[in-house]
Design a protein around this ligand. Structure first.
Ligand code: AMP
Ligand code: MG
Length: 321
């Protein structure tokens, strides 16, 4: 069970000081809490508590081969869990706190439940910037395993209501911190002995990592999908989704961008960061509309546009299924 008071499950509460203090207590007691971050909302639990971590997998319906990201308050804390080489220190210095997850060698005797890293010899770690998540980390004194707070394979939540809709009766206490600023999951970079790999595109662009490390990424081996953010079908709405649509057909809900108008518009000004922050909310709204299908305008692939296109491709592949 999450928490001690089952009547409080699924409650959306404003993320004020007393609510965050209560949430920290729930986490210390082995319960789960949904928490805003600058990327998307997370379903958080004590990363060292095997039962709490098992509950994350159960509630999300997440396959157990799909490891979780551990959220930490600082680089120093992260170094208790993973081995940092010079490149890792450089990236953490440059992008933490922020939307970059590093996949690094897991330290022996690190205090994380086995299921967190799904038996891999590496661990995914991020130091988040969102003030609510940061206070929760410091008040609980825990490292928090926190995947996106949605059923596995579905659209990630960027608003508190999305979580209640996706997780239903299984939703734990939800700290409402308003809409997420970035709106897309973190960039995931793995540091290997021979170079680096981009396991998931996100708010920190591949170009930024390239500039920081001074090297191009290593290719991903097709035969082994290590990060399920790479799965072809992911982030999927329940209705068919048509990409690069210049206009909609009668049965389609049209998500526009820039001057393209639409039933909804990711950014009338054509701003890609705004479009990223609105993308999942727009898909949630489209899914709930009275139209049978969804069409979305072309989005340029520059900057964070690459991550938007990545999510849309996977969403379209899994849509309606
Ligand atoms: P989510 O928590 O839903 O944002 O998904 C976390 C992502 O991090 C998934 O794509 C995981 O596969 C990936 N991930 C977590 N740990 C590792 C790891 N040790 N190696 C590679 N990918 C990882
Ligand atoms: Mg997810």
């Amino acid at each position: 069970m999450q928490g001690t008071n089952t009547k409080r499950q699924g409650r959306i509460v404003e993320a004020n000081q007393s609510a965050v203090a209560e949430a920290a207590g729930i986490l210390r007691g082995g319960g789960l809490v949904a928490v805003p971050t600058e990327t998307v909302y997370g379903l958080a639990a004590d990363a060292s508590n095997a039962d709490a971590v098992a509950n994350i997998y159960r509630i999300k319906g997440r396959p157990d081969f799909n490891p979780l990201i551990v959220h930490v308050p600082s680089i120093e804390a992260a170094r208790e869990l993973a081995t940092f080489d010079d490149r890792a220190i450089m990236l953490a210095d440059a992008f933490w706190p922020g939307p970059l997850t590093l996949v690094l060698p897991l330290r022996e005797h690190a205090k994380v439940a086995k299921a967190v890293s799904a038996g891999l010899s590496t661990i995914a770690i991020r130091c988040p910037a969102h003030p609510v998540m940061r206070v929760l980390l410091s008040k609980s004194g825990l490292f928090l395993a926190a995947p996106s707070a949605n059923k596995s394979g579905h659209i990630s939540p960027t608003r508190a209501e999305h979580i209640a809709n996706s997780l239903g009766d299984d939703a734990p206490m939800i700290l409402d911190g308003g809409p997420c600023a970035a709106g897309l999951e973190s960039t995931i970079v793995a540091l290997r002995e021979t170079g680096w790999q981009l396991l998931r595109e996100g708010p920190v662009t591949s170009e930024q990592i390239h500039a920081a490390l001074g090297a191009t990424p290593l290719p991903l081996a097709d035969e082994k999908v290590e990060a399920p953010g790479q799965l072809t079908k992911h982030y999927a709405p329940t209705k068919p989704l048509r990409l690069n649509a210049d206009e909609a057909e009668a049965h389609e809900w049209y998500i526009g961008f820039g001057a393209a108008g639409g039933d909804d518009n990711l950014s009338p000004a054509g701003d890609l960061a705004e479009a990223a922050s609105r993308l999942f909310d727009a898909l949630h709204i489209a899914d709930a509309s009275d139209r049978a299908a969804i069409a979305i305008a072309p989005i340029p692939a520059t900057g964070i546009g690459a991550a938007i296109q990545d999510r849309l491709k996977r969403a379209a592949a899994g849509a309606g299924g």
